[in-house]
Design a protein. Structure first.
Length: 50
């Protein structure tokens, strides 16, 4: 049991140099703006509006 608590938290082990490129962020934001999810009865439809 003491072994579980002696490990460093995951957030501290994440490499801080892993920063996404600006074009990746722009792509994801544009994609999320274009995505439309339509609920019909118990079905879900995803549509890209571009």
């Amino acid at each position: 049991m003491p072994k579980l608590y002696s490990e460093t938290p995951r957030a501290e082990r994440v490499d801080e140099n892993l920063v996404p490129k600006e074009e990746t962020i722009k792509f994801l934001l544009d994609y999320s703006k274009a995505l439309s999810v339509i609920d019909y009865n118990k079905l879900k439809f995803e549509a890209l509006l571009n």
